[in-house]
Ligand binder design. Structure first.
Ligand SMILES: NC(=O)c1ccc[n+]([C@@H]2O[C@H](COP(=O)([O-])OP(=O)(O)OC[C@H]3O[C@@H](n4cnc5c(N)ncnc54)[C@H](OP(=O)(O)O)[C@@H]3O)[C@@H](O)[C@H]2O)c1
Length: 327
């Protein structure tokens, strides 16, 4: 809601709290079942007012968790700058109602210290992220990917020290293999900084975290799990059922390639869409609901290129349970 040009959050934003929030593993943190990702649509190339409208809609509907990374944009860093601008323009009065995450692990700046998992990179990157986002601390800082060369103890001790320095309240890891996840869990627990959450890709087209045992392990150990790209970047929506729309991510071509949409995949998406129609749901709604009904899931981390998409996706929170024959 805008009041004389100033954003005032909807006073009903927590009315649906019982349905919306889930505990993140065994922690004290509740996260919304739907969280908002800033990978696309929040960069320096995107219209600020559209990004702003999406975040207003999200927060007005109880989505308290925004997920970023140092190199989201484009250009790199610019999604965090958008977040910083949003803090100044709108969200500073609501800082304590927000759970903001960022990450480091992929290429960010030139030279040997702007990538992977060294202490030097993680520390420097978080300092940069805080400046860009206009924040004193982030709620959650992730190692964005497993580094097979840097000693795990170096990466993990950097995460511990980041929490102890007050620059992040919790830590998470993303896309680490199971054995490394187990090691991280033990290390962090022994150093009094329990692993809050694992971020991995689980959706109707990609069940690797289930197949690899990551989801079961997180669930047994009281670690939350948040699913990124839950709509497979838009494939699990009605977006591509009748061709490739001009304004779609696939048409932009960088992260979602046209080759991915084979005739076989399209047939499968259409069959899923029929099941969704039988449930009186959109394909997107059903795809998100399916994830949320899997054991051990805390939240689905969606992207949206406009408010209408997010509005449709929110409906999954109230979806019917699945019967075995559904999917
Ligand atoms: N840890 C990691 O390595 C990692 C990797 C990837 C992502 N992530 C996180 O996960 C977040 C989400 O990733 P994602 O953007 O790939 O998620 P996604 O939810 O799978 O895909 C989002 C895209 O799907 C389309 N869409 C969404 N809702 C729709 C609807 N109701 N109807 C039609 N189309 C719809 C939009 O594409 P159009 O642009 O075509 O409209 C939107 O940008 C990221 O922002 C990031 O925070 C993390």
């Amino acid at each position: 809601m805008e009041l004389k040009g100033r954003y005032v959050a909807d006073s009903h934003r927590y009315d649906d709290s019982d349905a919306l929030y889930r505990r993140c593993g065994n922690s004290g943190i509740l996260l919304p079942k739907i969280s908002l990702g800033f990978w696309h649509n929040f960069g320096g190339v995107d219209p600020y007012e559209r990004s702003r409208a999406i975040t207003h809609y999200a927060f007005d509907h109880g989505i308290t968790h925004f997920d970023l990374a140092n190199n989201y944009g484009p250009p790199y860093g610019s999604a965090e700058e958008t977040m910083g601008r949003l803090m100044t323009d709108d969200f500073m009065p609501y800082r304590d109602e927000l759970f903001i995450s960022t990450k480091a692990g992929y290429d960010m700046w030139e030279g040997p210290y702007g990538n992977w998992g060294s202490r030097k990179y993680l520390m420097a990157s978080l300092n940069q992220s805080l400046k860009r986002m206009n924040l004193d601390y982030v709620d959650l800082f992730y190692s964005h990917r497993y580094d097979p060369v840097t000693p795990l103890d170096e990466t993990l001790q950097a995460l511990v020290d980041i929490v102890k320095s007050g620059k992040a309240l919790y830590v998470g890891i993303s896309r680490w293999p199971l054995e490394a996840l187990k090691y991280a869990n033990e290390y962090l627990r022994q150093h009094d900084v329990p692993l809050l959450i694992y971020q991995g890709r689980l959706n109707l087209l990609d069940k690797e975290p289930q197949e690899e045992g990551i989801l079961d392990y997180c669930s047994e150990q009281g670690i939350g799990f948040i699913s990124f790209s839950p709509l497979a970047q838009g494939l699990l929506t009605d977006r591509y059922l009748k061709g490739i729309p001009e304004d779609s991510r696939m048409n932009k071509g960088k992260f979602l390639k046209k080759e991915k949409l084979t005739p076989e995949l399209l047939d499968y998406l259409k069959s899923l869409n029929s099941i969704a129609e039988g449930r009186n749901e959109t394909l997107a709604e059903m795809a998100l609901a399916w994830i949320l009904h899997q054991k051990g899931i805390t939240s689905v981390l969606v992207g949206a290129s406009n408010v209408e998409q997010l509005d449709k996706n929110m409906k999954c929170v109230h979806a019917e349970p699945f019967r075995n024959q559904d999917i």
